[in-house]
Design a binder for this molecule. Structure first.
Ligand SMILES: Cc1cc2nc3c(=O)[nH]c(=O)nc-3n(C[C@H](O)[C@H](O)[C@H](O)COP(=O)(O)O)c2cc1C
Length: 251
């Protein structure tokens, strides 16, 4: 067991944090959790780091890419994970690992882990579940053993380069008439897209990445995607509702 590990994560609705922590707590006694949505993100101080990012449209969110690109890996070993909502993770894991390597980390092992879909929660409902967590913890322990046995070198993961093109949507969540103007949506927004005045809640479509943090965390359940958008995505993803996608591990 390591004494401590730095755990970098971005998790608007909690799935990535939960799945990533299963790795971090399986390898170290102390986990220093570092939220990549914080303004200042410090360089790692532990010998091994764990990094977890959600998959957005087959890629990692730009906010994650930018923050990791600014880190100094200094040859430290990294275990990476992308967390996705059953459909597909496409180029996200390759992208994450490439940025990590460019920042000076050695990516010794990686995982593509399944979580509940943050836009359509019927897809992957309840995941990661107990079995997912146990499987992920076992993987992390195996990684630690190989690292302690002196394993070096970067792991190979699936994905294509050039990466899948990012298409910026124009939709943003909206506030319903039941909104009490508490401003929590503005506080939890990782891109500062939400402004709350005494009259209305404004959402900047250029800044919003539709991460669903404001929807998931609204204390009055008054933040939603515009109904036609929600219905369209629910319909589009309905084919994945009963699919049990397996986690994938690369070591
Ligand atoms: C904007 C957006 C795009 C997404 N794109 C994908 C995707 O391409 N493939 C997929 O399987 N899941 C996708 N998801 C689902 C998330 O990857 C999944 O729910 C993840 O657990 C979200 O992380 P969080 O729970 O830490 O917020 C997307 C979710 C959002 C909000």
């Amino acid at each position: 067991m390591l004494k401590a590990v730095d755990f970098y994560y971005f998790s608007p609705t909690g799935g990535t944090e939960k799945a990533g922590k299963a790795i971090a707590y399986a390898v170290a006694e102390t986990v220093n959790a570092i939220n990549l949505s914080d303004k200042a993100v410090r360089n790692p101080s532990s010998d091994v780091v764990v990094v977890a990012a959600p998959v957005f449209s087959g890629r990692i969110p730009a906010i994650v890419a930018d923050k990791i690109a600014a880190l100094n890996g200094d040859g430290k070993k990294a275990i990476t994970a992308v967390v996705y909502g059953v459909r597909a993770y496409e180029d996200a894991l390759l992208e994450l690992n490439n940025i990590m390597k460019n920042s000076g980390f050695e990516v010794v092992a990686s995982a593509a882990l399944v979580a509940q879909h943050s836009i359509v929660p019927e897809v992957g409902a309840g995941r990661p579940d107990k079995a997912d967590i146990e499987e992920t913890q076992q993987f992390a322990k195996n990684v630690l053993n190989t690292v302690e046995d002196g394993k070096t070198g970067n792991v190979t993961v699936p994905g294509n380069y050039p990466y899948k093109e990012v298409k910026k949507g124009s939709a943003t969540p909206i506030s319903l008439a039941t909104c009490n103007g508490c401003g929590h949506c503005a506080c939890v927004c990782p891109t500062e897209a939400v402004t709350v005045t005494d009259k209305e809640v404004l959402t900047d479509a250029d800044k919003c990445i539709m991460c669903m943090a404001c929807v998931a965390k609204c204390p009055a359940q008054s933040r939603v995607l515009p109904p036609p958008i929600q219905e369209g995505l629910t319909q589009k993803l309905s084919i994945f509702k009963d699919l049990h996608r397996e986690n994938e591990f690369y070591l």
